[in-house]
Design a protein around this ligand. Structure first.
Ligand code: NAD
Ligand code: TYD
Length: 376
C-alpha cells in the first residue's frame, strides 16, 4: 500500500494520525485532504509539513468530482476517513451542515473510491476504506456505580469488577441509538460504509471511539476550553449538574489504534476503542483546576469558584463507556497512558503552547487561510 488519503488531517485527531503515519512510514505517500473549516488548522502539522512523503490538499469531501479525480490522479490505495463536523453543540444549532459533511461527504468518498478501485484490474485487492466513528452512535448508558466507587470509577483492573456487577458498556454489537444530530449523522455514515462492503464488496473497516483528549484539540471541547478558561480566570460553564460520564482516551493512543487496525484489522469488521477510563465531568473539571493551578504556581483550588452551572445541553447523553476488549484481545492494542499522566501532559502542552491557543481564539488562523487560498 503506497498512496494513502487521510481526510480531516488538519483537525485534532487527524493531525496526530498524519504525524504518526508520516514519521513511521516514509515509504507511504500521505495525502492530507482537508477543507480547513473552522476546526482545521495547519499549525497542528508544522513539524511534518516539509517531509517528502507528506502532501496537503485543500478539498471538500463533498466535492465528488474533485475527490474522484484525486483518487485517479494520485492512485489512491487506502483512505483513513476522519473529516467531519464533530461538535455536538454545533450540531444542535446547525444540523444541516452535519448531514451534509458527515453523511453526504462520506458517501462522496465511498463512491469515488468505488469507481476508481473498480476500474483497476485487481479491483479491491489490497485496498482499504477505514472510517473513523464515535461511541456516541450507541446512544447513552445509565450512570450506575454498583460498587459505590467515586469517579474515576473505572480503571482497567476494576472494569472486570464493574462487568461482574452488571455495569454496562458499549460493545461492537450494541444497538445504534443516536440522540444528537451529530451522533445521528455519524451513525448514518457508518451504515453507508457497511453498505458499501455488503453491496459492492469494498474492503471497509469502522471503528467507534470514546472521547479523546490531548494536544491540538479545538478549544470548544471540554478539556481545552476549560484549561484555557482556568488560565485566564474565566467562568467554566458546566452543563446541568456536571454528572454526565465520559470515557477518556489520550489521542496518541487512538492514533496508535488506528495504525494497528488499518494494517491488521479484519475487513468488514468493527472495533470499539476506549480507555476504560470513565469520569464524571465535574470530577474531571476539578482535576483540571487543580493541575492548572499547581502548574501556574497558584494556591491549590484557587480557581474552584470559576465553576458555573449552566442550563443543560438538550438531549445530553448521561454516560458513554466503551468495552475495547475485542481490539485488545484480537490485535493486542491497549491504552498506554494512565489518565493522571495523560492529563498532566495535556495541561502542560496547552500552557506551553499559548500562542497556538491565541492564534485560534483570536480567529487569526481562519483569516490567514482565507487570504492564502483566495489568492490562488
Ligand atoms: P475536528 O473537528 O477537530 O477536525 C475535523 C477536521 O475535518 C477539520 O480539520 C476540518 O477542517 C475537517 N473537515 C470538516 N469538514 C470537512 C469537509 N467537508 N471536507 C474536508 N474536510 C473537512 O474533529 P476530531 O475531534 O479530530 O474528530 C475526527 C474524527 O474522529 C471525526 O470523524 C469524529 O467524529 C471522530 N471522533 C472524534 C472523537 C473526539 O473525541 N474528538 C471521538 C471519537 C470519534
Ligand atoms: P464535549 O467535549 O463537547 O464532548 P462530547 O459532547 O462529544 O462528549 O463535552 C464533554 C462533556 O462535557 C459533555 O458531557 C458535555 C460537557 N461540557 C460542559 O459541561 N461544558 C462545556 O462547556 C462543554 C464544551 C462540554
Amino acid at each position: 500500500m503506497k498512496n494513502i488519503v487521510i481526510t480531516g488531517g488538519a483537525g485534532f485527531i487527524g493531525s496526530h494520525v498524519v504525524r504518526l503515519f508520516v514519521n513511521k512510514y516514509p515509504e507511504y505517500h500521505i495525502i492530507n485532504l482537508d477543507k480547513l473549516t473552522y476546526a482545521g488548522n495547519l499549525a497542528n502539522l508544522k513539524d511534518v509539513e516539509n517531509k517528502p512523503n507528506y502532501e496537503f490538499i485543500r478539498m471538500d469531501i463533498c466535492d465528488f468530482e474533485n475527490v474522484y479525480k484525486l483518487f485517479q490522479d494520485k492512485h489512491i490505495d487506502g483512505i483513513i476517513h476522519l473529516a467531519a463536523e464533530s461538535h455536538v453543540d454545533r450540531s444542535i444549532k446547525d444540523p444541516f451542515t452535519f448531514a451534509q459533511t458527515n453523511v453526504l461527504g462520506t458517501l462522496s468518498l465511498l463512491q469515488a473510491a468505488k469507481l476508481y478501485w473498480e476500474s483497476l484490474p485487481k479491483r479491491y485487492e489490497n485496498k482499504r476504506f477505514y472510517h473513523i466513528s464515535t461511541d456516541e452512535v450507541y446512544g447513552a448508558l445509565q450512570i450506575t456505580d454498583p460498587l459505590g466507587i467515586e469517579s474515576p470509577f473505572t480503571t482497567k483492573a476494576s472494569s472486570e469488577h464493574h462487568q461482574a456487577y452488571g455495569h454496562e458498556f458499549f460493545v461492537e454489537t450494541s444497538k445504534y441509538n443516536p440522540h444528537s444530530p451529530y451522533s445521528a449523522s455519524k451513525a448514518s455514515s457508518d451504515h453507508f460504509v457497511r453498505a458499501y462492503h455488503d453491496t459492492y464488496g469494498m474492503p471497509t473497516i469502522v471503528t467507534n471511539c470514546s472521547n479523546n483528549y490531548g494536544p491540538y484539540q479545538f478549544p470548544e471541547k471540554l478539556i481545552p476550553l476549560f484549561i484555557n478558561n482556568i488560565r485566564h480566570r474565566k467562568p467554566l460553564p458546566v452543563y446541568g449538574k456536571g454528572e454526565n460520564v465520559r470515557d477518556w482516551l489520550y489521542v496518541e493512543d487512538h492514533a496508535r489504534a488506528i495504525d494497528v487496525i488499518f494494517h491488521h484489522g479484519h475487513i468488514a469488521d468493527t472495533y470499539n476503542i476506549g480507555g476504560f477510563n470513565e469520569w464524571k465531568n465535574i470530577d474531571i473539571i476539578k482535576v483540571l483546576i487543580k493541575t492548572v493551578d499547581r502548574l501556574l504556581g497558584r494556591p491549590e483550588g484557587a480557581d474552584l469558584d470559576l465553576i458555573t452551572y449552566v442550563t443543560d445541553r438538550p438531549g445530553h447523553d448521561a454516560r458513554y463507556a466503551i468495552d475495547s476488549r475485542k481490539l485488545q484481545d484480537e490485535l493486542g492494542w491497549e491504552p498506554s497512558l494512565q489518565f493522571e499522566e495523560g492529563i498532566e501532559k495535556t495541561v502542560q502542552w496547552y500552557l506551553h503552547n499559548q500562542e497556538w491557543m491565541d492564534y485560534i481564539t483570536s480567529g487569526e488562523y481562519e483569516r490567514y487561510y482565507e487570504d492564502m487560498y483566495s489568492k490562488r
